[in-house]
Write a protein that binds this ligand. Structure first.
Ligand SMILES: [Zn+2]
Length: 88
């Protein structure tokens, strides 16, 4: 079981959602297991920059940082092992 003082958790990248609101391109991507926000960008439409994680890839999150983690099997740091009551 993952403890609250662990340094990071590994999540699964869910589908990417894009929307345009005025001059802003909004990009959101969450972990489908626990709902953690992996990508939360509001960018100028003209920037054309939309970084996202590959769907179903593993993503480590610590503080405000998220990065790709190689591999497909959930490790002991996976949010899969969180108590579901924590993520509701
Ligand atoms: Zn997660």
């Amino acid at each position: 079981m993952i403890q609250a003082n662990d340094i990071y958790l590994i999540h699964v990248a869910g589908p990417v959602l894009h929307a345009t609101a005025g001059q802003q391109a909004i990009v959101r991507q969450r972990c489908p297991w626990c709902g953690t926000l992996l990508i939360d960008d509001n960018l100028p439409v003209e920037s054309g920059f939309k970084f996202t994680f590959a769907t179903q890839s593993q993503v480590a999150v610590s503080g405000g940082c998220a990065w790709s983690v190689p591999g497909e099997a959930p490790g002991p740091q996976s949010c899969l092992y969180l108590d579901p009551a924590v993520t509701r």
